[in-house]
Design a protein around this ligand. Structure first.
Ligand code: SAM
Length: 223
């Protein structure tokens, strides 16, 4: 069995009872960063063998993990924070296990983007998850074109050092729309700032962006 296990995005109290049970009872934990996951396991007094599974070794590790699944082992798949497969490694292993009809289940839990969407106060009926919009000019231009006419609420992940650049882009492509910039969710310095791109630009130009961010963008007005 492959168990996809969501882990906290900040507050360790968000590790579910079921996630703990699976991490405690599996044969092996496949982790994005074994050192980081070891800290989580130590906190919860869980002792299990760990194997790394991340972007740059997934091609070689994937077949090894599939072999273990075929032989009947239970593997828990975790990423550094939140839900594996959501802007994190995991999707390929899940896809490969599904393709072979190997059993896959999940201990669901935190996703930064979903928490931000809910707290944004913006419509949640229809939304798009864009994740990281990319750093190269071409992908940012394509994003600007898309966001200008997108009729659903949009969720973005952004690194602190690129927050200002992305707010500038939104100021050009989605100027009158409301945004929620959600910072350090579930952590001690959790903070949500709401306003137009121009208002938020002014605010983060004054105070250097620090920590982890999700930006939620209001949909373009219906014609
Ligand atoms: N798998 C994760 C999830 O389920 O949300 C996302 C992993 S992605 C590599 C990391 C990005 O998620 C960060 O750069 C940030 O944009 C967002 N993120 C993760 N934790 C966050 C938090 N506590 N507060 C705000 N954003 C967070």
């Amino acid at each position: 069995m492959l168990y996809v296990v969501a882990t906290p995005i900040g507050n360790l109290g968000d590790l579910s009872v079921r996630a703990r049970e699976i991490l405690s009872s599996c044969d092996l934990i496949a982790a994005e960063d074994t050192r980081r996951t070891q800290k989580l396991l130590t906190h919860f007094q869980i002792r299990k063998p760990l194997i790394s599974y991340y972007e740059h070794n997934k091609a070689s590790r994937g077949p090894l993990l599939l072999e273990k699944l075929r032989s009947g082992q239970t593997i828990a798949l975790v990423s550094d924070a939140g839900t594996p497969g959501i802007s994190d490694p995991g999707a390929d292993l899940i896809r490969a296990a599904v393709a072979e009809d190997l059993p896959v289940s999940m201990a669901p839990g935190p996703v930064a983007g979903i928490m931000a969407l809910v707290l944004s106060g913006l419509p949640t009926e229809r939304f798009v998850f864009e994740g990281f919009i990319g750093t190269d000019r071409k992908s940012r231009e394509a994003f600007a074109e898309m966001i200008a006419s997108e009729k659903r609420t949009v969720i973005l992940y952004e690194a602190p050092h690129r927050l200002i650049k992305t707010l500038e882009l939104l100021n050009a492509a989605a100027s009158g729309r409301r945004l929620a910039v959600c910072r350090e969710l579930t952590k001690a310095h959790e903070e949500i700032r709401r306003g137009t791109p121009a208002e938020l630009l002014a605010c983060f130009t004054e105070q250097e962006p620090r920590g982890e961010f999700v930006i939620v963008v209001e949909a373009a007005p219906q014609e």
